[in-house]
Design a protein around this ligand. Sequence first.
Ligand code: GAL
Length: 458
Amino acid sequence: MLPLILLSLQLANSLLPVSAVDNGLARTPPLGWNSWNRFQCDISEETILSAANSLVSTGLKDIGYEYVIIDDCWHADSRDPETNEPLPNPDTFPSGIKSLSDQIHSLGLKFGIYSDAGLYTCARRFGSLGYEEIDAKTYASWGVDYLKYDNCFNEGLSGNTSISYSRYTVVTMLAPKYRLTLERYEKMAKALNATGRPIVYAMCNWGEDHSWTWAGELANSWRMSGDIGDLFTGYHPWCPCTSLENCTNFGARCSVTRILDWAADIVPYSDPGGWADLDMLEVGNGNMTKDEYITHFSMWALVKSPLILGNDLANMSKDTLEIISNKEILAVNQDPLGIAASRVWQVSVEEGGDIQLWIGPLEHGATVVAVVNTSPTNATVSVPWTDILPYELTSEQPVHVFDLWQRADDAQWGLYLGSLGSSFSFSSTMKLRSHETKVYRLVPQASHAEGDQFRVQA
Ligand code: GAL
């Protein structure tokens, strides 16, 4: 019996994905810009260079945004007929991708590109399925630092979700065809690693096959749903997901609050080097209010999603720049512990929507707390200390409270937990506008005294 068990274990191991993405990259969530949300296929080398230059001139590069990523539609009509190498569209990228990448590097930025684990990309350009090695090699020779890898036209090479999920079981061993998604993505992971160039691998299979349970072993980030839209809440018919379980097809216009709802269950799978990607940011694209964009940006940051800007950087408002430049929120996203905040509670509001409390641990015993109002009405919220105590805070320890959008100590919250006691509640002071989010950083006094790195002087 024992040899049989051992054999089974060996077989199981041989079917497990290797840590193909063990590339040491993305120890904190990637920060950058991508062309898709704002420009879709209307791109050229000017569009990409303009975004790169804007990252520098606006100061966004200096606070950490580093990847400039071309999404779909950079491609020529076909590959090189002799070598099969991928070629760019000669009309829109006449200088070639290498030259573009060189210019981006010379600005002190990194360069990313897009392809698809299928015959075609979602906009029907050639995909990489069957061409993984030549594509990875070409990308490396172009100086690519980041690959977003999509899932359209995959020839049905995907698995049944529940069975992919149970890949550690005998069922999976006997039915390797259910590993098809994993294998497609693993192939590119290995091809990228084989180039020897450090390339962040951003997997984009929209959460198909419960990918959050295994994608962290293959990729530096993994999209978990259909595409985001520039809308805060509600059910747009184009969004392919009705729930996390049924969120597997290509589709668009998923709202911020719905993506956040699904994310609540799966962000615990994130880890340094492998992050749940809630999709690129819509901040600045015009269809949400300032409060809604602040909620979107704050919560993507708290759950450690990559923060990939998706607006027109060359033409943005003061408000947009202010939101995406919030260094304290970025510091939460980039905190070295790399632990996503979790949703502690969610209470429905009569008029629709809800109030949510999110909490996450940060380095040096600090804690981030977010209170989110997704409802159409203003709300007064009571959050007892007892709801936020489990993270590192003891009832005796003085705690400083920083409001990361007001950028000041929040006097209303009181400064000293010890003197206020654990029954303290700030119900009378926590007022949230409709769709507003407040974010607080709670810092034990000892660490605070050592130097406060998160406050920006006015
Ligand atoms: C989708 C992907 C989008 C964008 C688009 C390009 O599948 O989720 O983010 O890349 O394809 O066609």
